[in-house]
Design a protein around this ligand. Sequence first.
Ligand SMILES: NC(=O)c1ccc[n+]([C@@H]2O[C@H](COP(=O)([O-])OP(=O)(O)OC[C@H]3O[C@@H](n4cnc5c(N)ncnc54)[C@H](OP(=O)(O)O)[C@@H]3O)[C@@H](O)[C@H]2O)c1
Length: 303
Amino acid sequence: MTAPEKQAQTILIAGGTGMIGKHLAEKWRAAGHRVKVLTRRPSDPAGGLYYWNAGRGEIDADAAADVTVLVNLAGAGIADKRWSDDRKKVLIDSRVRTTEFLWKTFWLSPTLKHYISASGINCYGYSGGERLHPETDGFGADTLSQIVLKWERAADLFAEKCPVAKVRTATVLEKGAGALKALAKPVKLGFGAPLGSGAQFMPWIHMADLVDIYDHILTHRLDGTYNANAGNVSNRELTKEIARALHRPLWLPKVPAGLLRLLLGEMSEMLLLSVKADNTFIRSTGYDFRFSSVRSALEDMYK
Ligand SMILES: NC(=O)c1ccc[n+]([C@@H]2O[C@H](COP(=O)([O-])OP(=O)(O)OC[C@H]3O[C@@H](n4cnc5c(N)ncnc54)[C@H](OP(=O)(O)O)[C@@H]3O)[C@@H](O)[C@H]2O)c1
């Protein structure tokens, strides 16, 4: 591992207006870095926002100037809509085409020295929760795994120029946002219940740890592919812990798997099938998780 980089960087975050990007921009600005954010909204340089539209091949010229670290979080929401064929194309294009466009924009950059890409931890296939997948395991054949495969291959374009780090992100727990917002809502209303059998595992991480992992990768200029998960939790356990943190009772019947399949189609596999991932590799680089149990993470959020 390289010595920590002390110099202030000019960091460009593509898709930096979202749930994760907002925290990264705040942290890095507070640390003295210059942060610019790429968005499909109009440019607002005073607010650090710069317009781009990868589909149209457009980018505000000021966005690319002096960038030393490029962080790419852009991508249409995986769980926002049912996975029709058209939607799958949007999920892939918003990751792969955007990355390819960034490569076209930056391959001749005289300043770029690090590329950090978001990636997904649901890439190993659904193995029934028997195996704790290290990063060296192959990709699954399911839709999500194949999206991640294409996304990471596109990110590897940058390896010709600079170190490339890929952050295989687990379900991020943050109060009032993303998955936790969706999971906590029925619990708050008094009808929280495990999904399907409730025995299926998912990798998870506290937002504070994910932000610190990005910072750790930036500071040590790491390359490689990292599972970013504090642990793996069963749906039953997570639902129970959310109810405990919110001081709400749990509704005993489970939400039938068949109903979820009917409502969500193929996307339901993300909720009903098991994946477990191993975080040894990121820990071996010196990263220590602040929240390694779901209980401590939820207590921190709902304190
Ligand atoms: N949050 C999680 O639990 C989680 C878990 C695993 C992986 N990840 C991945 O990590 C990345 C960041 O996650 P996040 O939770 O911060 O996502 P988010 O809140 O949905 O933000 C993603 C950003 O991507 C941009 N975007 C959306 N659709 C786009 C499109 N069609 N073309 C170009 N840009 C588009 C948007 O920026 P503008 O609208 O400003 O252009 C948006 O702010 C995503 O790629 C996500 O798949 C997240």
